[in-house]
Write a protein that binds this ligand. Structure first.
Ligand SMILES: Nc1ncnc2c1ncn2[C@@H]1O[C@H](COP(=O)(O)OP(=O)(O)OP(=O)(O)O)[C@@H](O)[C@H]1O
Ligand SMILES: [Mg+2]
Length: 206
């Protein structure tokens, strides 16, 4: 299975989510390959600061990504961290994937930016049936905002629904990342639960 965690908008949590999911899958016994498709290289930096060798990481920042990934049959799960700096690379990542997860922060500015992603997704869906879901990230534990954000998503003209799992803003995501660790290897049980729920929900979508 190939999953892209992508959004053309910067700073929405693509790298944080991609790296945490990669470690979660590895801890679940899966062979995981993390592809950094962003020239900024943050997922590669995460791998470099991680002592454990349980996840493999590679940087592919060319629009041939969807062709290059054809030969990785021994890998259970490929997770692509796709930035929006180059839309041809992002398009290639979407085309490579079975599932697109679009992290988004619960603000109107971020929702407006999502239309760029939906346009790329619509193009890719001409060639391939790609499931796509929004993931609300950096939520404040405020249920009214959460409800409003889900309503905003319902207004989009595309077959993209929000995932049930919501990721809250938590210090654990920032602190663990810097040490090459996932929140599963950190001290905040709520963050652990969120990433575990996200992983299980994604697996259940197959
Ligand atoms: N759930 C969260 N709680 C707290 N901080 C978070 C959370 N998700 C992401 N962050 C923080 O927000 C910032 C941006 O996250 P991240 O680098 O993962 O986003 P990105 O979409 O990959 O950004 P870029 O566009 O620069 O690649 C980082 O400082 C990260 O630690
Ligand atoms: Mg990033």
């Amino acid at each position: 299975m190939i999953i892209t965690i992508g959004n053309t908008k910067g700073g929405v949590g693509k790298t944080t989510i991609a790296c945490n999911l990669a470690v979660c899958a590895a801890l679940d016994g899966k062979k995981v390959l993390l592809i950094d498709a962003d020239t900024q290289g943050s997922s590669m930096a995460f791998r470099a600061s991680r002592e454990s060798t349980d996840i493999k990481a590679m940087s592919i920042t060319t629009p041939t990504l969807h062709k290059d990934l054809n030969d990785f049959n021994s890998i259970d799960l490929i997770i692509i961290d796709a930035g929006g700096r180059d839309s041809t690379v992002f398009r290639s990542a979407i085309l490579a994937s079975d599932l697109l997860v679009i992290p988004s922060m619960p603000s109107q500015v971020d929702f407006w930016a999502v239309n760029d992603v939906l346009d790329l997704l619509k193009e890719a869906r001409i060639y391939k049936d790609i499931k796509a879901y929004f993931l609300l990230n950096q939520m404040q534990t405020n249920t009214i905002l959460s409800k409003e954000a889900k309503e905003a998503i319902d207004g989009f003209d595309a077959d993209v629904r929000p995932l049930e799992t919501v990721i809250n803003a938590r210090i654990a995501y920032k602190k663990s990342f810097g040490e090459g660790k996932s929140v599963l290897e950190w001290t905040d049980p709520k963050a652990k639960e969120e990433i575990t729920n996200l992983y299980n929900e994604i697996l259940s979508l197959r």
